[in-house]
Write a protein that binds this ligand. Structure first.
Ligand SMILES: [Zn+2]
Ligand SMILES: [Zn+2]
Length: 136
């Protein structure tokens, strides 16, 4: 088991979790694009209680395309997006892989919401690809 650590741009929020491997998925949906200012965001999942967070986050919640509540956590000082809680994944928290201290620790398994990817977005077509979310 390896302890993976990360945090926001200003360092106010830090986090750690234990995982054998950090397996991620990349989402190209419009909500993630607007929330991050990037054509996609890559996340990995950890049990909420296994993710140790220091510092304070603020949250923004909205309804996803599937009409489920999605809550994004960000640093109130620097605005970095760090975690997402999804109604469809109770007890779990999605961690934005680019905020890891070692982003290369993540290996990406699949792409989601490619139907919303801009033409200029880099897309690894060798991964499992979904036009939307397979789970709805
Ligand atoms: Zn910060
Ligand atoms: Zn998304």
């Amino acid at each position: 088991m390896t302890t993976h650590t990360g945090g926001c741009l200003c360092g106010q929020v830090r986090y750690a979790f234990d995982a054998e491997r950090v397996e991620g998925g990349t989402c190209y949906c419009r909500d993630c694009q607007r929330a991050t200012g990037s054509p996609m965001t890559t996340v990995t999942m950890a049990a909420t209680e296994a993710l140790k967070i220091t510092g304070e986050t603020r949250t923004y919640s909205l309804q996803s395309a599937a009409d489920r509540t999605v809550t994004r956590h960000f640093c109130p000082t620097c605005g970095s997006q760090l975690f997402t809680d999804a109604e469809m994944a109770p007890g779990a928290r999605f961690i934005k892989c680019a905020t890891l201290d070692n982003p290369s620790a993540a290996s990406i398994q699949a792409n989601y919401w490619l139907s919303a990817a801009p033409d200029w977005a880099p897309v690894d077509r060798s991964l499992t690809c979904f036009d939307e979310n397979p789970s709805g």
